[in-house]
Design a protein around this ligand. Structure first.
Ligand code: ATP
Ligand code: MG
Length: 262
């Protein structure tokens, strides 16, 4: 489904500021995999997302999605099939447009945009989708998105990013700016949408509990490398303490680990 082949990203190569942000990343995911990603500040998590979404061209390596090599496909074209959410709730929605207009935009992803309002049937579908967020937004279709709270806005952004089911969903600490209760609500919502539509998803989080609670795999990144991938029975039994221990003791490359397992 998603395949990353030997990806390296080096910023300012050959200068005193040279920084290897990603180093020989190999990854293969199946359709419907929901991977949580943990790793300290500067580990390369966001750089990995930027490389997948086309915001950054890797120094080396390829991104392959559904057998298609994405090299050379610009970010705006990839956004037709890759949904993204960021930490900042202000990204991803148009603040001066209403909820209905924003969802109209989202429903036309990949097409030439026309500012047209929904038909009666579409409007009912949209209201139903909003109702499932359980934030009362279905009664506020004409509210400008800029006036919503961070949590309301992030929930709406999630709905927009998945309104037309993406091939891949990238969540970069998308609940980090929300209060704990709202954060859990948006995460539950995320999990529900992802599972319902079987969306292959990568979610970066600094919350170790969430890293184990959501998804079916947990990936640990350190110094631009994937140092561990936890899944299956090992993951089901894993405690937060064990995950932290694994994180602090894994030094070998994930590829060596795979190799050792074979
Ligand atoms: N545009 C850039 N130019 C130069 N260096 C960069 C650039 N973007 C990222 N880096 C560097 O690459 C490294 C990885 O950064 P990245 O943002 O991917 O980390 P991260 O794992 O997302 O960290 P955090 O948890 O803090 O968000 C860091 O050392 C960062 O300073
Ligand atoms: Mg980051």
């Amino acid at each position: 489904m998603l395949e990353l082949q030997d990806i390296s990203v080096i910023f300012h190569e050959g200068t005193v500021n040279e920084k290897i942000a990603l180093s020989h990343i190999d990854l293969k995911l199946d359709k419907g995999d929901f991977v949580t990603i943990i790793g300290s500040n500067g580990a390369g998590k966001s750089t990995l997302f930027q490389t997948i979404s086309g915001a950054i061209q890797p120094t080396q390596g390829q991104v392959i999605l559904n057998g298609q090599n994405l090299t050379g496909i610009p970010e705006y074209k990839r956004s037709r099939f890759i949904g993204r959410l960021f930490q900042d709730p202000l990204k991803g929605t148009a603040p001066s447009m209403t909820i209905e207009e924003n969802l109209s935009l989202a429903s036309q992803r990949g097409q030439h945009f026309r500012l047209s309002l929904f038909s009666h049937k579409q409007k009912n579908e949209m209201k139903q989708a909003l109702k499932e967020l359980d934030l009362g937004l279905e009664e506020r279709l004409n509210t400008k998105v800029g006036t919503l709270s961070g949590g309301q806005r992030q929930a709406l952004t999630l709905l927009m990013a998945t309104y037309v089911t993406p091939e891949l969903l990238l969540l970069d600490e998308h609940t980090a700016a929300l209060d704990p209760k709202t954060s859990q609500k948006v995460l539950e919502m995320t999990s529900k949408i992802v599972e319902e539509h079987h969306i292959t998803t990568l979610m970066i989080t600094h919350n170790m509990e969430d890293a184990l609670k959501y998804g079916n795999k947990t990936m640990i990144m350190k110094d631009g490398q994937i140092i561990a991938m936890v899944e299956g029975e090992e993951r089901k039994k894993m405690t937060v303490d064990e995950l932290i221990h694994l994180y602090s003791t894994s030094t070998h490359d994930y590829n060596d680990r795979l190799f050792l397992k074979q």
